[in-house]
Every structure is written in C-alpha cells, then in structure tokens.
Design a binder for this molecule. Structure first.
Ligand code: GLU
Length: 420
C-alpha cells in the first residue's frame, strides 16, 4: 500500500498513520511493520441484480482480508452509498487490531456494497445479498472468513448469506456468518452485544475516573442497532439520556428522555424526530450539547480537528468505527477528555460473534446469562489491560489499545515467519 495507489483515501491514511505511530512506539520490526501496512487480499466484484422494475442494475462490492495470522478473518459487511475499497481496507485493518486486542483467534476483514439500502425493496436487498455472497464465495467459510452485520445490514442479511453459502455446499453451514437470527443458529444477546459492550466499557471508565454512571448526562448520536441499545441500557443504569439522534435529526431534553417510550415512538413513526417533550436539534449539533458522556454511534469522522474543541463531554465512548480523526484525538487528549476507542468500546459485537461462531461449530448453545457474563469478563479484562498500559506508557487509551492489538498481530507474524 503505497501512499498513491488505488488504496489511497482519507480513512485509510488515518489507519496507516495510526499503525505507523504505533509501530514506532513499539519499536516494531521494520519488515513486519511493512507487512502489516498491506491487506492480505482484496476482492472487487460486480453485482448485477434484477430490480423490481424489471431492469438490471449493477452494484459494486468488496471483501478485504487484512491478515489471518491469528486465525480465520472476521468482520462486518456494510451497505452504504459511499463505501469504497480503501474504506473497506481501513476497516479490515481496524478489525485486525480489535480482534487481537480482545484476545479472539481471528484476523481482520471487512466487506461492503456501494448502495443505499433504504432505497432498495426487500426483494432487491435479498437479490443483492445473495449475488454478492455468490461472488465472494471463494473468500468466505467457517474456517476462512466469517462476515457479520455492520452499517446497513442486519440479521436478515446474514440469514440470506448463510442460506446462499449453505445451498452451494449442499448442507447447512451455520458457522459461515455471525449475527444470524436465533432460529438458524444465532446467539442469544448478539443483536444487543455492541451496545451492551459499550456500557461495560463505560462502567469501567467511570469507575477509574472516580465517578458513578448513574445520574450522568448522556448524548447518543445514532439510534440504530448500536446507539439504541446503548441508550436503553444506560437509561436503565440510571443515566439521564438528554440527547439522541438518527439520520434525519436529533432530539434534546436536558432532564432526560424516557427511552422505552422513545423506542415505541420510533417503531411507530420511523425516527426519533417529533418525540413529545423534546426540542429538535441537528444530528451534528447534538455532539456539542452539554453532557458528561458522548456516544458517537452513527458514522465515521464526525469528531474532527475543526469541531473537537466544541465537545463538552468528559468521556467519549466510540460506538461507531473511526468516528474521531487523528487531529481531533490530539485536541481531545489535550483537553483531558477520556476517549474509549472504537476497537475497545464497540468490540462487544465481535466478541459475541465469536461466541456465536463457537456455539455454531459445536451445535451446542449457551444460556443468555452465560453469554452476558462472559461478555462482561472479556470487556472488563481488555479495558483493564488497556488502562494499565496507558498509565504505564503515559498515553491515551487509543494509543494503548492500538499498541496492544498491533503487538499481538506482530507477534503472530514473528513466530510464524515468512512463507516460503
Ligand atoms: N461489524 C462489527 C464490528 O465492526 C462486528 C463484526 C463481527 O461481529 O464480525 O466490529
């Protein structure tokens, strides 16, 4: 991956800059550092599908394996209008560090299809998912690469992927994807795992900072699978959820929003806007409202060099992948804001994906309580390791989390050596 190539993009430049800084802090072997800068393989596919109008439309899809040195690759599949190869490559790299940091036996991967899923019918989405799966089928499998939901995809997407893969094999293969519906081998608690993991990470952060979560004022940007669950669980913990937003806009009430009632409103009206007793606010301005905890759980690069000084929260828990740019990181650090980085804060999803995969391989399913207890253990252990390393090295949490994730992957490369 040279700086000027088909892989050039702002998000990938950020991921590479983070890797380069981490490598120099770790005094990483130069040859291993060079290998880590390149994805192992990347596939670009055309996805022709029959639309409801009867015409054929062709979409572009990607699947990137960053590395598989610690095990099969793992990572989500996103459907978004601006997805491209370098973005998917950057996100695959982040998955490598995330899986290694959490101690999972996985390498990093990511997939994407450039489309606006909200403008497609259910039938078109099914066609798109099945044809995409067929096109990347050589790259996926329960011991090769295991997709999962990400932005714009969900349990249904995973069910179609699993079915398409299984039909080509002539048998049912539950371990090829995670985040499936329960009835076909999904795991209890997978859907809410990312949001739940954020709460466990926040609980630890608050404890270390000598605070209690209860009574803290929280703003959540994004009310999808991650943001809505984080908001609900934090509300149940006694936090005051003062602001929430979705793609169409946000709502604000400094005295707190009843999240159960809000969920009913969203189910009825399709968005958070117009919820009684709240003031309308844009989904960007919500980031700058006065609060203790901010959970950006929507899209990437929302906290940037040009707005980071307006953030009022003292703790930021990154529900989205890469919501903070490196310039913003420096500003937040200098202002004493504690940022729980994406590869730690939102890792609950891939942790329970791992539990689902293990259960699927064994055809033996665990109780809900077993899953939540184990998730809490894994999140708490990872948080404590990152906190201890940050304290020892005098760094912020992102630097420490990257150091731990990159170090483990690099160690895998060192002991395995270079083939041939
Ligand atoms: N898409 C999620 C992430 O970015 C989950 C990936 C997975 O479960 O494999 O971490």
């Amino acid at each position: 991956m040279t700086e000027k190539s088909e892989f050039d993009s702002p998000m990938l430049r950020t991921a590479l800059a983070q890797l380069d800084q981490t490598a120099s802090r770790l005094q990483l072997d130069q040859d291993i550092h060079e290998r880590l800068r390149h994805p192992r393989r990347a596939l670009v596919v055309s996805i022709p599908i029959r639309m409801d109008t009867g015409r054929t439309a062709v979409f572009t899809g990607y699947r990137v394996h960053h590395n598989s040195v610690l095990g099969p690759t793992k990572g989500g599949l996103r459907y978004a209008p601006d997805v491209d190869l370098p973005e998917v490559s950057a996100l695959a790299m982040l998955m490598s560090w995330k899986c290694a940091l959490m101690g999972l036996p996985y390498g990093g991967a990511k997939g994407g299809v450039r489309c606006d899923p909200r403008s497609l019918s259910r039938h078109e989405l099914e066609n798109l998912t099945r044809r995409y799966t067929a096109e990347i089928i050589l790259l996926i499998g329960p011991d090769l690469d295991i997709p999962a939901p990400d932005m714009g995809t969900d349990e249904q997407t995973m069910a179609w992927m699993m079915d398409t893969y299984s039909m080509t094999q002539g048998r049912t293969v539950p371990g090829v994807v995670t985040g499936k519906p329960l009835i076909v081998g999904g795991s209890a608690r997978r859907r809410e795992a990312t949001g739940r993991g954020i709460v466990y990470a926040l609980y630890q952060a608050a404890r270390r900072l000598g605070q209690e979560l209860r009574g803290r004022r929280v703003v959540v940007q994004g009310f999808g699978n991650v943001g809505s669950v984080a908001a609900r669980l934090l509300w149940r913990e006694g936090c005051v959820i003062a602001g929430v937003s979705d793609i169409k806009g946000g709502i604000w009430n400094p005295n707190g929003i009843d999240i159960r009632q809000l969920e009913a409103h969203v189910a009825e009206s399709g968005g958070v806007g117009g919820f009684p007793g709240t003031e309308a606010i844009s989904s960007t301005d919500i980031l700058f409202q006065p609060c203790d905890v901010l959970v950006p759980a929507a899209i990437g690069s929302v906290i940037r060099g040009d707005n980071a000084d307006r953030i009022k929260a003292t703790i930021v828990a990154e529900g989205a992948n890469a919501p903070t740019t490196p310039e913003a990181d420096v500003i937040l650090r200098d202002r004493g804001v504690t940022v729980i980085p994406d590869i730690l804060a939102n890792a609950g999803g891939v942790v329970v994906s791992y539990f689902e995969w293990v259960q699927g391989l064994q055809y033996y399913f665990w109780r809900e309580s077993e899953i939540t207890t184990r998730l809490q253990e894994v999140m708490t252990r990872a948080f404590n390791r990152v906190w201890a390393l940050a304290t020892k090295e005098g760094t912020d949490l992102r630097t420490a989390a990257l150091m731990e994730g990159v170090r483990r992957v690099a160690e895998g490369y060192r002991v395995r050596g270079l083939y041939p």
